[in-house]
Design a protein around this ligand. Structure first.
Ligand code: DGL
Length: 254
């Protein structure tokens, strides 16, 4: 699976919990994070390079753990790579559609919200959708501010509109947001929270038989200062990351 950085480890963790024996290979494009503020062309190009790296590792299934990449690149990736491919958008939508009585909130990066992917699919299913970009959530998590007064204030600032709109279900449409879940849940009391990482893990039931050695390989394109701390925060354990230069990814122009 790949993500723009460390956030996709929330998806990796959910998959590991569901499939303890499956061998997992993760690429976090930490040299080029965030994807959430970039153009669709750039997100697609980066996604193709990440997927190329992983298919060279001999994977059987590709999980696009990044919501921004899933929103823009899933069709292109499907047309270029022969392995079964699971993105984070469809499983999250499926779960929301299962529980919502009609009004769904979606939060994500600026690029994810601008792509309109979640909104289009949910509206085509008859749901009313209120979408909101929450650009400060990713840096909050990266700073380790997953709880506390500052986090609660930022949550309130972004989510007041959705609360007032009366959404009954809220999709956390960004890899980092599950880490803010406690604060989000407190503020959106009574609203059903859809964590895409859990939804993806469930969706893999039809592709994964859970036989293997249960190994986890973590590759990152940059070993930035907070990397080891973030891996430990999300995974709850230390897993040594391996550095791979983004210029060496297949198809990279560098
Ligand atoms: N992984 C991204 C997502 O889920 C969040 C971080 C970024 O902007 O790259 O949309």
């Amino acid at each position: 699976m790949f993500d723009s950085g460390v956030g996709g480890l929330t998806v990796l963790k959910a998959i590991r919990e569901r499939f303890p024996n499956t061998d997992l290979v993760y690429l976090g494009d930490t040299a080029r994070v965030p994807y959430g503020t970039r153009s669709s062309e750039t997100v697609i190009r980066y996604s193709l390079e990440c997927a190329g790296f992983l298919t060279e590792k001999g994977i059987d299934v590709l999980v696009v753990a990044c919501n921004t990449a899933s929103s823009y690149a899933i069709d292109v990736l499907r047309s270029r790579f022969p392995v079964p491919l699971v993105g984070v958008v469809d499983p999250g939508v499926k779960e929301a559609a299962r529980v919502s009585k009609g009004k769904v909130g979606v939060i994500g990066t600026q690029a994810t919200v601008k792509s309109g992917t979640y909104q289009r699919i949910l509206r085509s299913m008859g749901f009313e959708v209120v979408a909101k970009a929450c650009p400060l959530f990713v840096p909050l998590v990266e700073e380790g501010l997953v709880e506390g007064e500052i986090t609660d204030r930022v949550v309130e600032m972004y989510l007041s509109d959705l609360k007032e709109a009366g959404v009954d279900t809220l999709i956390l449409g960004c890899t980092h947001y599950p880490l803010l879940r406690r604060s989000i849940e407190r503020f959106m009391e009574g609203v059903y929270i859809v964590d895409s990482s859990e939804a993806v893990a469930k969706d893999l039931d039809s592709f994964v038989v859970d036989s293997g050695s249960g190994t986890t390989e973590l590759y990152f394109t940059d070993r930035y200062q907070n990397l080891d701390r973030m891996v430990e925060l999300i995974m709850g354990e230390r897993i040594p990351p391996v550095l791979v230069s983004e210029g060496s990814l297949p198809g990279s122009p560098f």
